[in-house]
Design a protein around this ligand. Structure first.
Ligand SMILES: Cc1cc2nc3c(=O)[nH]c(=O)nc-3n(C[C@H](O)[C@H](O)[C@H](O)COP(=O)(O)O)c2cc1C
Ligand SMILES: CCCCCCC(=O)C(=O)O
Length: 368
């Protein structure tokens, strides 16, 4: 019998076995009771797919375009920090795997390798994810470096005025990993009592700017000519504001359920946001995507693409660059089979009528 993993969950198990407990807990964990963490997955399960038959599906085209960049499938790499915790080649390996999969990698500001090292390691299309520090000059420098080194968009993460309460990290006294992009700019060494919990949390709470607000998008636009996507939108109210302030794209995200517990599962929030945005800017989604069918469902509800976070790190921890390649290939293959069996040869063929959401599902249950 083959021991090769056949799905993302099996990669998670391999990663759990491979990683020190503190790192696995940091990567896999969510905030507080981890209600939203479970819901990110379960909300996908409440959606059914309504297949069409007798459609010519002899050729399936999964390719799509995001901000003008052609990618092989609507599956992007979400920004996640500190890939060296999972594998010594860290983001260099991840970026090569993203390039091989012909997709976009969003590099986290908190990457283990610097944005310059990642840029020179491969020709993947790269976006740069930004946190805004109290030291605005530091954030400005980072944006300028990203622009100079060929990053094609800035992803402003807007859901982290402070770090969510991740109880495993508090218990494990999670370290604050070295921040290559901040070398010579900001120190991650924090002054803490010896019995203090998560050191990462202490650093973030000391350095990030909790006064960041909507008017600051104008500031960001004034320091870069790159398109700006805003990450962390969960309501139609904020989606409308994002369009009003002139962002170029929205990422529906609850930060992998690591920030506010009991915030909505992302796929449950998606449709109201898509309606509010009225096609003015692309809407992407991350959170809980583990199967090709999840991707199909998100696209049917109006997302242009999804991003995957933990599955990439699980691939990296289990099998390095090859693991990330395999995870991306698996998700692409699963999406391909979902499209084939649903009668959707191209991405544009996936429509709202190809899914039913929990309303119908709950009605059915009440009849049983
Ligand atoms: C270990 C880890 C580190 C993360 N680091 C960042 C980060 O540096 N910046 C950011 O915007 N989001 C970060 N995220 C959130 C991801 O971008 C993404 O929203 C989330 O992982 C999606 O959910 P998924 O893991 O279920 O795919 C991180 C998530 C994880 C699991
Ligand atoms: C500059 C250090 C920030 C680390 C935060 C990483 C993150 O977003 C996470 O969810 O963990």
């Amino acid at each position: 019998m083959s021991t090769e993993p056949v799905n993302v969950d099996e990669f998670e198990e391999l990663a759990r076995q491979a990683l020190p407990r503190m790192y696995y807990d940091y990567i896999a964990g969510g905030a507080e009771d981890q209600h939203t963490l479970r819901q990110n997955i379960q909300a996908f399960c409440r959606i059914t797919i309504q297949p069409r038959i007798l459609v010519d599906v002899s050729k399936i085209d999964m390719s799509t375009t995001i901000l003008g960049y052609r990618i092989s499938a609507p599956i992007m790499v979400a920004p996640t920090g500190s890939h060296k915790l999972a594998y010594h080649e860290g983001e260099l390996a991840t970026a090569r795997a993203a390039a091989a999969a012909k997709t976009i990698m969003v590099l986290s500001l908190a990457s283990s390798y610097s944005m310059e090292e990642v840029a020179s390691s491969c020709n993947a299309i790269r976006f740069f994810q930004l946190y805004v520090f109290k030291r605005r000059d530091v954030s400005t420098l980072l944006v300028q470096r990203a622009e100079r080194f060929g990053y094609k968009a800035i992803v402003l993460t807007a859901d982290t005025p402070r770090l969510g309460r991740r109880e495993a990290d508090i218990k494990n006294k999670m370290i604050a990993p070295p921040q290559k992009n901040l070398e010579g700019l900001l120190s991650v060494k924090v002054e803490v009592e010896s019995d203090q919990g998560s050191l990462l949390e202490s650093f973030v709470n000391e350095a990030f700017d909790p006064s960041l607000c909507w008017k600051d998008v104008a500031w960001l636009k004034s320091i870069t000519s790159l398109p700006i996507l805003i990450k962390g939108i969960l309501t139609h109210e904020d989606a409308i504001k994002a369009v009003e302030v002139g962002v170029d794209g929205i990422i529906v995200s609850n930060h992998g359920a690591r920030q506010l517990d009991f915030s909505p599962a992302t796929v449950s929030a998606l449709e109201e946001i898509v309606h509010a945005v009225k096609g003015k800017v692309p809407v992407l989604l991350d959170g809980g995507v583990r199967r090709g069918t999840d991707i199909f469902k998100a696209l049917a509800l109006g997302a242009q693409a999804v991003l995957v976070g933990r599955p990439i790190i699980y691939g990296l921890a289990a099998k390095g660059e090859r693991g990330v390649r395999t995870v991306l290939e698996m998700l692409k293959n699963e999406l391909e089979i979902s499209m084939t069996l649903s009668g959707c040869p191209c991405i544009k063929d996936i429509t709202r009528s190809h899914v039913r959401t929990n309303t119908h599902y709950d009605k059915l249950h009440s009849m049983l």
